[in-house]
Every structure is written in structure tokens, then in C-alpha cells.
Design a protein around this ligand. Structure first.
Ligand code: HEC
Ligand code: HEC
Length: 302
């Protein structure tokens, strides 16, 4: 075998590199190029019978069929395609719902070029199994792990264009920021599942139990995951804990137990001293606020 010269090897390398660099520019984007992104970042919520917004993104057929609001891609017109508008944030809530992090500019461009090219299918794409993210043992639960539950079981009502019209109680479950928002009142108190009306509602200790259209309600392992997510600090998808919303209002439902707690939740304030305490084991509503040390100060209990 003749020995290759250094110059020859270099020339071959340069030609190879040039080809590799030119390849994406000369080849149109196809479904094959975006399918892995859809599988990794979207299908956890957009697949199966309860797919978020009725939009299945685990197959080309589902994508082309669109959501319960209609088509999400318009061949040749990325700007008019709801899918691109969601990826860039022109339409809210921005996708993926677990973001930030959202998709990179390069990834978004792949979707735009695929739509601009007229939605070419490319070669066959074997449907990949949908991977629902689960925390590894010992790892804290983050929004990434609980968001698919909210998307598939709650967002059909708790969203701007939900099936009941405006979000019930003005509470949206379509992003981490909205889920933990304390704007009018906190439904999630990080570190305190029992002080979180969200957990009380999915457990059924606050009525009506959620999801409102249940049964079926959530599975026990889903409820436990949400419980751990709140106990672990209601972390966002990147793992950052949510700060305690000091001074935020809370409105909790449940039963005052013989030990003076609301289903195990200790609270302080005049209402706690029994003046207004309802007879034990009756349904009660507690209104109060979150103190700097995390204690719930009850202002009204009835
Ligand atoms: C954690 C769950 C979740 C993930 C992950 C997610 N979505 Fe969504 N998506 C939703 C929910 C919930 C809605 C409905 C929210 C609304 O419109 O108020 C929605 C709505 C949409 C819509 C609008 C449908 C319509 O016509 O109203 C599009 C398009 C969309 N998602 C695309 C994507 C894409 C693309 C990805 C991945 C890059 C993605 N989503 C990832 C939960 C999710
Ligand atoms: C079919 C529509 C529907 C679905 C699905 C649904 N909800 Fe609700 N949700 C409501 C309505 C209506 C209310 C107000 C009911 C009331 O308190 O009388 C409500 C109230 C709530 C509240 C109390 C809000 C507050 O301000 O105190 C929480 C928390 C809540 N829902 C969480 C959830 C969660 C979590 C899910 C999913 C597991 C869910 N909901 C699914 C309709 C729905």
C-alpha cells in the first residue's frame, strides 16, 4: 500500500471538512431533522390520549393534524405557523412549557426551514418511545418532572384558552412562573406541601378535588411526586429552588384536627388560638399569609 504524503492527507481532510460544513446548507431540512427535538423536548406532554392542547408531537401525522385549535404548521409560512410562534414566544405560553431553557436559535431555525421548505418528510422516522423524565434516586424533583402532569391533566382548564374559558380562579398551570406565582395568592409554598393549596387539591383534602373532571384523579405516585417537588423547594426545570414568597396571601381548605392543626399544618395568629376555631373535623377555610420564617399566620378561619 503506497504511503500517503502529509500534503495528501491534509488535502483530504480539508475537502472532507468543507463538505461537512456545506452539507446542512445544500440539503433542505426534513422531518428527520426535527423529530429528535420533538421526542426529547415536546413529546413528554404532547402525546397519548391526554396530549396537551390535543396536539400530538410524537409522529408526523399528529403534528400535521394539529391541536384542538387547528393546524399548527402552514407549509411555506413559518411566521404564520403557531408552532414557530410558540417556539419564539410570539404566542404565549412559550414552548417548551418546561422552559427556560427554551430551544436554541439553531434548533428554532431548523423548524423554520422545514416549514419554509414545505414540510418535506425525508426518510422514514421510526417512532421513538416517549420518555417521561423521572428524578434519579437522591436527586431533587424539579419542574421538569411534574410539568407533564400539569400539562396533560390540568392545563385544559388552567390556561387562557381552556375548556372553561378564562383560567379558574385566575390560576394558570402552563409555566413554572405561573404555577408558583404569588401575585394574588400563593397556591404553592416552597418547602411546605401542606401549606400549598395545589397539593391539598390533588390529594382531595381541599374540595373540590382536582382535576375537577375526575375521577380518575391523579395516581398516588403522581401525587407523591408533586408533594416531593414542593418539599424540595418547587424547583424550576434548571433545578433552582423557588424563594419563599414572604408576605404572600394563602387560602387553604381542609379540616381542623383535634390537635389544632389544619390536617397536620401548624399555623399561628388569633384564629389559631381558638376564638374563631370551627368545630373539629369540619371543612374549614383558612386565609392568612406566609411569614418570613415560613410559618402560616392565620387571619381568618371559618
Ligand atoms: C411540560 C409540558 C409541555 C412541553 C414539554 C411542551 N408543551 Fe406545548 N403545550 C403544553 C400545554 C399545556 C399547551 C397548552 C397551553 C396553552 O396554549 O395555554 C401547549 C401548547 C402548545 C402549542 C399550541 C397549540 C394550539 O394550537 O393552541 C404548540 C404549537 C406547542 N405547544 C408546541 C410545543 C413544542 C414544539 C414543544 C417542544 C419544543 C412543546 N410544545 C413542549 C405543554 C407542553
Ligand atoms: C375541568 C377543569 C379543571 C381541571 C382539569 C383542573 N381544574 Fe383546578 N380548578 C377548576 C375550577 C373550576 C376551580 C375552582 C373550583 C372551586 O374552588 O370551587 C379550580 C381550582 C383549583 C385550585 C384552587 C385555586 C385557588 O386559587 O385556590 C387549584 C390549586 C387547582 N384547581 C389545581 C388544579 C390541578 C393541580 C389540576 C390538575 C391535576 C387541576 N386543577 C385540574 C377547574 C379545573
Amino acid at each position: 500500500m503506497p504511503q500517503r504524503t502529509l500534503a495528501g492527507v491534509l488535502a483530504a481532510l480539508v475537502a472532507g471538512a468543507a463538505l461537512a460544513a456545506a452539507a446542512p446548507a445544500i440539503r433542505a431540512q426534513t422531518y428527520e431533522d426535527i423529530a429528535p427535538i420533538l421526542a426529547a423536548r415536546c413529546a413528554m406532554c404532547h402525546s397519548g390520549a391526554a396530549a396537551a392542547a390535543g396536539l400530538a408531537l410524537d409522529s408526523l401525522e399528529g403534528l400535521l393534524k394539529g391541536s384542538r385549535n387547528g393546524p399548527v404548521v402552514v407549509a411555506g409560512a413559518p411566521d404564520k405557523s403557531e408552532l414557530v410562534r410558540r417556539l419564539t414566544g410570539k404566542s404565549q405560553p412559550r414552548m417548551p412549557m418546561t422552559g427556560p431553557p427554551f430551544l436554541s436559535d439553531d434548533e428554532i431555525r431548523r423548524f423554520e426551514r422545514w416549514i419554509a421548505a414545505g414540510l418535506p418528510t425525508g426518510g422514514g422516522v421510526a417512532p421513538s418511545a416517549v420518555a417521561i423524565p423521572r428524578p434519579a434516586p437522591g436527586e431533587p424533583v424539579t419542574y421538569l418532572h411534574v410539568a407533564p402532569i400539569f400539562a396533560t391533566r390540568c392545563a385544559k382548564c388552567h390556561a387562557d384558552k381552556g375548556i372553561m374559558g378564562p383560567p379558574p380562579e385566575g390560576y394558570r398551570l402552563t409555566s413554572h412562573a405561573e404555577t408558583v406565582s404569588a401575585r394574588d395568592r400563593a397556591r404553592v409554598v416552597p418547602g411546605q406541601p401542606l401549606a400549598s393549596e395545589l397539593l391539598r387539591r390533588v390529594r382531595g383534602i381541599a374540595r373540590p378535588q382536582m382535576p375537577l373532571n375526575g375521577p380518575p384523579y391523579l395516581e398516588e405516585k403522581e401525587i407523591e411526586l408533586i408533594d416531593r417537588w414542593i418539599a424540595d423547594g418547587a424547583r424550576d426545570a434548571a433545578g433552582q429552588p423557588t424563594p419563599l414568597p414572604v408576605g404572600a396571601r394563602v387560602r387553604l381548605h381542609g379540616r381542623v384536627r383535634a390537635d389544632g392543626t389544619l390536617d397536620g399544618l401548624r399555623f399561628e395568629g388569633d384564629a389559631a388560638r381558638g376564638r374563631e376555631r370551627p368545630r373539629s373535623d369540619r371543612q374549614a377555610e383558612l386565609r392568612g399569609q406566609v411569614e418570613a420564617n415560613g410559618t402560616i399566620r392565620a387571619e381568618r378561619l371559618r
